[in-house]
Design a protein around this ligand. Structure first.
Ligand code: ATP
Ligand code: MG
Length: 716
C-alpha cells in the first residue's frame, strides 16, 4: 500500500503526511476532512482518486468529484492530469451539472418540457427579464440592475435553503415585497401544465425532489457512482448537501473536504453548519483534521492564523507550517487610489512571471480601473469573473447620453432619456408631453416652452443650456464632472438611491471610475471608443487570456487558488468589511473569513494596500488591516493608532530597464521587426500615442511612452 505513496513521492516530489495518507487510504464510508488553507485538501482529494483507480482498480467512471465552480473543476482536472498523466480522466463537475442531469431525467420521465431561463442557453425571455417585469407589476416602478441582482440572490438563498414557497413572504426581506415578487416569479415559471421554466437553483431543487420522491430514478443515479467526493464543502448549500446524501444513501462512500474558516457564501445560501452536524447525518463518519500549511511562508501562515482566531464561530483548529520565512508581509498605505494603482502597475512591470501574481479586490467595480491601466500598458491579464457588465451599466449609458446631446442640442429623443436624471423634479408625463409636442430647436428652450414648470426649474434649465454650450470644448473628464455636479446628475442619483434603498456609494464609484478612464483622453469620441475597447479587452481577458498573465480576481473567486505573490487592494473601511457587514457579528465574521481567504492565497509575498484619501475625502483603513498591523507589530500599531501619521512615501524599486531595448522614439518605424519581452517576435504596424504590433497570432497595442521608458521591445 505504501508503495503508492513512495511512488508519488518519487514522481511528484510530494510526500503526503500521516493524516493526508490516512485520508487517502480511508476509501470506504463517510469521511470529513476538515482542514486549514493550504494544508493539501485538494491535493489529498486528487491523490485519493488516483489511489482508488491505481490501487483499488476502481473504474474512473464510478467516481464522481464535485467542485464548487466550473473554474475549480478545470483547476482540479489540470492538477489530476499532472499527478496522474497516464490515467484516463475522471469527471470533475459542478453540483449544478450533476443536478441538471438528474433534473432532466426527472422532467422527461414525467412528460414535462422545459426551457432554461438562466445562463448561456437562455433566450430573450430569461430570469432577468421576468424579474424585471414582475418587479414593475408589484412595485410600479422600473428596477435597476442592482435591485435585480438583490432579488435574484434572495431567491437563490430561499431555494438553496429549501424554504417552502409559502414562507417566502414572511422571511426577512431585502426590500419591501421582495418575497411577493419571488413568489410570483415561481408561479409564473410553473403555471403551464406540461412545461416549466428552469433557473440554476431549480436544477438543484428539482434534482433533490426527484431523488427524494422517485425511488426508481434515485436508484438509477445511486447505481452510477460508487465514490463521491466534494471539495470546498463549506460553501455547499442545504439543497446540495441533500442531493449528495441521496446519492450516497446505500454505500456511504463520501469524502467531504472543507474549511469552515473559508466559508464565504452564506449570503447566498451556503450552510457550513451542516458540517457540524456531519456525525448526526453519517453516524459512522471519520473526521480528520489537517493543520499543516504547505503553501505559504512562515510569517503569512502565523499572521493569518492569529487573524482568524478572532472569529468566535468556528471549529477550533491551529494552522502551522514548517515552511521558511520569505518576504515580510508588506502593509502599504499610499495617498489615494491613483497612487495605489500606479504602485501595483509599477511592480507588475518588473515581474517576469506574471502568472504567479494575483491582484485581489473586494468589489469587481475596482477592477475596471486596473483593467484600463493594464490594457494601456500592454500587461497581459486574466480575469475569470470579469465584470463585462460594468460597460453595460445604466450609469454609463446615462453619461454617454449626456455627452451625445452635446453634439446636437436639438435631439429630443436623447434629451427625453436624460431629463429625468437632471434633478429637475419633472415627471414622466411632462417628458411624454414634450416628446409628442410639435416643437423643435434647442431642447432646453423647447422644453421650457412646452411644459408647465416652476420658476426654479426654468432657471435650472437655462443654466443647463449654458453648461451645454461649453461642453464641446471640454476634455471628457471635465465633462463628466460637469454632468455630475452642474447638470444635477449626482443629486438625482442620490435621491433615487434613497428612494429605492440601494447604495449611492456604489453608483458614485462607477462615476469615479469613468472619470479615471477619461483622465488621459482629449475628446468625448475618444472616451466612447475607449469604453468599447476596454469592454473588448475584458472579454478577452476572460475567455482568451495570454499564457503569462497576471490574475485579477475578487477575493471570492480566488478561493482554492495559490500564487507566489498577492496584492490585496482597496483595504478600506466601508469596503471590507462593508457597512452592511459591520451590522452583525455573523456578517462581520464572514467578511473576516473573506479577508483570510485572500491572505492565504499567497505563497511568498503578500502585500496589503490601502489609501489615505479619495477625491479629497479622508479614508480610513479596513479594521482587518489594522488587526493584521497589530499582529505584526503591536507596539507600532498602537503608536500609529495614536498619531495616525502619514506613512513614508512609497519607495520605488526600479523596473529593470532593458538596456538593449529601444528607448528612442526615432528608432521606431513601421514595418520594423521587433522582439517584445512578453509576446515575442512581431512587426510594427503603426506608431502614434500607441504602437500597434502584429505578433505571430495576434495584434496588440501598447502605450508608446511606457514601451520606450522601459525598453520593452528590441530590434531583431
Ligand atoms: P485551500 O484551502 O486554499 O483550497 P488546500 O488545502 O486545498 O488549500 P492544496 O491546494 O491542496 O491545499 O495545497 C496547497 C499547496 O501545498 C499546493 O501547492 C500543494 O502542492 C502543496 N502540498 C500539499 N500537501 C503537500 C505535502 N504533503 N508536501 C508538500 N507539498 C504539499
Ligand atoms: Mg483546495
Amino acid at each position: 500500500m505504501s508503495h503508492f505513496f513512495e511512488r508519488k513521492k518519487e514522481e511528484l516530489g510530494i510526500a503526503l503526511n500521516k493524516v493526508q495518507q490516512q485520508a487517502v487510504l480511508e476509501t470506504e464510508g463517510p469521511l470529513l476532512l476538515l482542514a486549514c488553507p493550504g494544508s493539501g485538501k485538494t491535493t489529498t482529494m486528487i491523490m485519493r482518486i488516483g489511489y482508488l483507480i491505481e490501487e483499488k482498480n476502481i473504474s474512473p467512471k464510478r467516481i464522481k468529484a464535485i467542485t464548487f465552480s466550473r473554474a475549480s473543476a478545470a483547476d482540479m482536472r489540470t492538477r489530476f492530469e499532472r499527478f496522474f498523466p497516464h490515467l484516463p480522466s475522471v469527471e470533475f463537475s459542478t453540483i449544478h451539472s450533476l443536478a441538471f442531469m438528474i433534473t432532466r431525467a426527472y422532467l422527461e420521465k414525467n412528460g414535462m418540457n422545459y426551457e432554461l431561463i438562466e445562463g448561456k442557453g437562455s433566450h430573450q425571455f430569461n430570469k432577468q427579464s421576468l424579474l424585471k417585469r414582475l418587479y414593475k407589476d408589484v412595485l410600479k416602478d422600473d428596477s435597476t440592475d442592482d435591485e435585480l441582482a438583490t432579488i435574484s440572490t434572495f431567491i437563490s438563498g430561499l431555494k438553496n435553503k429549501l424554504i417552502p414557497v409559502d414562507d417566502w413572504e414572511t422571511v426577512e426581506q431585502p426590500f419591501k415585497d421582495a418575497g411577493l415578487i419571488a413568489k410570483k416569479y415561481e408561479q409564473h415559471k410553473t403555471k403551464q401544465a406540461h412545461f416549466i421554466y428552469v433557473d440554476f437553483d431549480d436544477m438543484l431543487v428539482l434534482a433533490e425532489k426527484a431523488l427524494r420522491v422517485d425511488d426508481e430514478l434515485a436508484d438509477a443515479f445511486r447505481g452510477r457512482f460508487d465514490y463521491l467526493l466534494t471539495d470546498e464543502s463549506q460553501d455547499t448549500s442545504l439543497v446540495q448537501h441533500m442531493i449528495v446524501e441521496h446519492l450516497v444513501a446505500y454505500h456511504g462512500n463520501l469524502c467531504v473536504v472543507a474549511d469552515d474558516d473559508q466559508s464565504i457564501y452564506t449570503w447566498r445560501g451556503a450552510d457550513p453548519t451542516y458540517l457540524l452536524e456531519f456525525k448526526k447525518v453519517y453516524p459512522d463518519a471519520k473526521i480528520l483534521k489537517m493543520e499543516q500549511n504547505y503553501r505559504s511562508s512562515k510569517q503569512i501562515v502565523e499572521t493569518a492564523e492569529k487573524f482568524i482566531q478572532r472569529n468566535r464561530d468556528r471549529y477550533p483548529k491551529k494552522m502551522f507550517t514548517k515552511n521558511k520565512q520569505a518576504h515580510p508581509i508588506q502593509l502599504k498605505r499610499v495617498r489615494d487610489p491613483k497612487e495605489q494603482l500606479d504602485y501595483v502597475i509599477y511592480e507588475l512591470l518588473s515581474e517576469e512571471n506574471l502568472k504567479d501574481v494575483a491582484v485581489l479586490f473586494r468589489n469587481n467595480a475596482s477592477s475596471t480601473l486596473y483593467v484600463s491601466e493594464l490594457h494601456r500598458r500592454g500587461i497581459p491579464f486574466y480575469m475569470k469573473d470579469a465584470d463585462d457588465k460594468f460597460f453595460s451599466h445604466w450609469i454609463i449609458e446615462d453619461i454617454l447620453n449626456f455627452m451625445r446631446l452635446s453634439f446636437n442640442t436639438e435631439r429630443k429623443d436623447i434629451f427625453a432619456k436624460i431629463v429625468l436624471k437632471m434633478n429637475l423634479f419633472v415627471s414622466r408625463n411632462m417628458v411624454t408631453k414634450f416628446q409628442n409636442a410639435n416643437t423643435s430647436g434647442n431642447v432646453f428652450d423647447a422644453f421650457i416652452q412646452t411644459v408647465p414648470l416652476k420658476s426654479r426649474q426654468v432657471k435650472k434649465l437655462q443654466d443647463y443650456k449654458k453648461g451645454y454650450e461649453v461642453i464641446p470644448e471640454m476634455r471628457p473628464m471635465r465633462v463628466i464632472q460637469l454632468i455630475r455636479q452642474d447638470l444635477g446628475y449626482e443629486a438625482a442619483l442620490k435621491s433615487r438611491a434613497e428612494k429605492f434603498g440601494y447604495r449611492f456609494d456604489h453608483l458614485n464609484e462607477i462615476l469615479d471610475t469613468l472619470e479615471n478612464i477619461a483622465m488621459p483622453l482629449r475628446t468625448m469620441i475618444e472616451f466612447a471608443e475607449r469604453l468599447k475597447e476596454l469592454e473588448e479587452a475584458v472579454k478577452n481577458a476572460k475567455f482568451n487570456p495570454s499564457e503569462n498573465a497576471v490574475t485579477l480576481s475578487t477575493f471570492h473567486s480566488a478561493k482554492g487558488l495559490e500564487f507566489e505573490r498577492v496584492f490585496m487592494i482597496d483595504l478600506q473601511k466601508g469596503m471590507i468589511p462593508s457597512e452592511e457587514d459591520e451590522q452583525d457579528v455573523r456578517t462581520l465574521e464572514e467578511a473576516r473569513r473573506l479577508f483570510y481567504v485572500g491572505m492565504t492565497r499567497a505563497k511568498k509575498r503578500l502585500e496589503l494596500l490601502s489609501y489615505r484619501e479619495d477625491d479629497g475625502k479622508k479614508k480610513e483603513d479596513s479594521r482587518f488591516l489594522n488587526e493584521v498591523r497589530g499582529i505584526l507589530n503591536p507596539a507600532q500599531a498602537a503608536e500609529e493608532h495614536k498619531k495616525r501619521v502619514a506613512p513614508k512615501q512609497v519607495k520605488r524599486k526600479g523596473v529593470q530597464v532593458n538596456p538593449k531595448g529601444i528607448q528612442n522614439r526615432n528608432e521606431l518605424s513601421v514595418g520594423l521587426e521587433i522582439l517584445h519581452r512578453v509576446f515575442g517576435k512581431g512587426k510594427i504596424l503603426s506608431i502614434g500615442g500607441k504602437v500597434k504590433i502584429q505578433f505571430e497570432n495576434e495584434q496588440k497595442e501598447f502605450d508608446t511612452a511606457t514601451i520606450l521608458q522601459f525598453g520593452f521591445i528590441e530590434k531583431v
